[in-house]
Design a protein around this ligand. Structure first.
Ligand code: SF4
Ligand code: SF4
Length: 445
């Protein structure tokens, strides 16, 4: 299967199964678009008769044939058989530790019901946090590097437990031959000097939420009194990022149906001095801010316009949304199975319940166990492990499958009630994003 598209003056041809990318002239592009599989020379000469000289058409056909013979055009689908059972034995790689089911903000689009996941406001005890780290170590198999993401709500509302968990994790490293990598996702609305210093010393990565322009941020990201939070976030984000000493961070924004001109928000964040930026779409159902079918044309145009600008601008910032490694990405199995949620990665709630990922926390039917019993719902684990691109009907024939890995399970579930049915709007955005990412790399190469 091939996927062809035009962007920024390039005729781009992606060979889906081999991942090879070709930039062609117009006649080659037209010929490739006219056939679903390798054409014969006679077909090309007959269909394109009069469109170019016979010699030129023969040359083009010959070039296509050579690529076909090399296995980089119309290549076979690998259709590798994945045994979901095997993913249960890979060992845990990461946990998302919900240290706070509470939040100092009340963001309009919050997937976590303003921080409490509809389970009532609560903080994780130190005992549960340390037990979760023990659980990770015990179930990480032969992996050396393991990861804990402090998450909420707002994790800094339970800073003492974060500190205790980091200290405890470090104390386990030598004994068990493990190396912890700690990360935190914070809204950065209240960050003391001590906290900033601690985060910069111990967090291998920090994700700070800011949506861009003040008006855009404050429309969605409000505090409990209904006031905007832009000034505090920017001030505290600087307090952290100015002292990262080269360690990674990124500013993560969200765009909605109400700011389809989201590239302005990226530019704004960049103008504040931040260099690592991501802005993700809010899809879903039922709210005016959710990206809807009728928003798509505008958003796709915006993506393309921004990608063309970004393709020229390889200077001083990174926009993660276009950051897809097309030449040296993850291995095939990883590209097919994506996040490993439920098997390699789980989320732990403040009460010790274990879920396949943070977006399912609080949905009782998705609880797969707890820290006392361990993971007991193997069927649910197997279900998540089967939700790879070959397990979803929509993904099997999709040109984007090896870049997208089958989309977000939570998105699929909350939109279509089934983790095997991807959200169509999210798919449209994802495919455009991949096209943009490929074009950018073509332009920069
Ligand atoms: S900061 Fe995060 S958890 Fe808190 S209300 Fe906003 S989106 Fe929800
Ligand atoms: S874009 Fe949608 S259909 Fe295509 S692979 Fe991703 S989730 Fe599946």
């Amino acid at each position: 299967m091939i996927h062809t598209y035009k962007m920024n003056g390039y005729n781009i041809v992606l060979d889906v199964n081999s991942g090879s990318i070709h930039v062609t002239d117009d006649i080659t592009y037209e010929i490739l678009n006219a056939f679903d599989t390798m054409p014969t020379k006679e077909q090309v000469l007959s269909l394109f008769k009069g469109r170019n000289t016979e010699d030129r058409l023969t040359d083009v056909w010959q070039e296509i044939k050579e690529l076909y013979d090399e296995g980089v055009l119309y290549s076979e689908d690998p259709q590798i058989a994945l045994d979901p059972e095997l993913s249960l034995y890979k060992g845990l790689k990461a946990i998302c530790l919900h240290v706070a089911h509470d939040c100092n903000l009340r963001c309009e689009y919050c997937f976590a019901s303003k921080g409490d996941y509809k389970t009532g406001r609560s903080l994780m005890s130190k005992e549960i946090a340390l037990k979760a780290l023990d659980y990770l170590v015990e179930h990480s198999g032969r992996r050396k590097n393991i990861e804990v993401d402090f998450f909420g709500g707002e994790p800094l509302m339970n800073f003492d437990v974060v500190k205790a968990a980091v200290e405890y994790g470090k104390s386990l490293e030598e004994k068990f031959g493990k190396k912890f990598f700690f990360t935190m996702t914070t809204n950065a609305v209240h960050v003391t000097e001590e906290q900033a210093e601690f985060l910069n010393e111990h967090m291998g990565n920090i994700v700070i939420s800011l949506d861009g322009r003040k008006s855009v941020n404050d429309r969605m990201r409000k505090n409990a009194a209904g006031k905007g939070t832009y000034e505090q976030i920017v001030k505290n984000a600087k307090k952290i990022t100015d002292n990262r000493k080269g360690k990674p961070y990124f500013i993560r924004g969200t765009f909605t149906s109400l700011n389809k001109d989201f590239s302005e928000d990226v530019r704004h964040i960049r103008s504040l001095g931040f260099r690592e930026i991501s802005i993700e779409p809010v899809t879903g159902k039922g709210e005016s801010f959710h990206i809807k079918e009728e928003d798509l044309d505008d958003i796709l145009r915006e993506y393309e316009k921004f990608a063309i600008e970004y393709a020229k601008d390889d200077t001083d910032y990174r926009f993660y949304h276009f950051n897809i490694d097309i030449y040296d990405g993850p291995c095939l199995s990883k590209r097919i199975t994506a996040s490993g949620s439920g098997t390699e990665y789980v989320a732990v709630a403040p009460d010790g319940k274990i879920y396949p990922c943070h977006q399912f926390v609080g949905q009782e039917e998705f609880a797969i166990g707890d820290l006392e019993t361990g993971i007991t719902d193997r069927q649910m684990q197997l279900k998540f492990a089967s939700a790879h691109v070959f397990g979803k009907e929509d993904c099997k024939g999709c040109w984007a499958k090896y870049f997208c890995s089958g989309g977000c399970h939570a998105n699929a579930y909350y939109t279509n009630g089934d983790i095997f049915k991807p959200d169509k709007i999210a798919c449209t955005l994802q495919k455009k994003r991949i096209e943009c990412a490929i074009m950018i790399q073509v332009a920069r190469s």
